[in-house]
Design a protein around this ligand. Structure first.
Ligand SMILES: [Zn+2]
Length: 79
């Protein structure tokens, strides 16, 4: 499936192709196992963070694991 991915270098959104068997969501129960939108690692929804870079068509962020989320945060300072 296609999601919107923010490119921090160009400041524009591009399409990212996510495997169809990944469980990605913008809202779920805390105990539901979802896939990190960036690396695909299964994580509990309650342990995920709202993505700054991956959003749906309404601009709502998908969920990332703590590693991906924290790795991206320093990049946002160079905007
Ligand atoms: Zn991840």
């Amino acid at each position: 499936m296609i999601v919107h991915r923010y490119n921090i270098v160009t400041g524009k959104y591009t399409d990212a192709n996510i495997p169809n068997d990944w469980n990605i969501s913008v809202k779920d129960d805390n105990d539901t196992i979802i896939n990190c939108i960036h690396c695909g690692q299964p994580i509990k929804y309650s342990e995920s963070f709202e993505s700054i870079r991956y959003t749906n068509e309404h601009g709502k962020g998908y969920r990332e694991c703590p590693t991906c989320y924290n790795n991206f945060l320093p990049l946002t300072k160079f905007q």
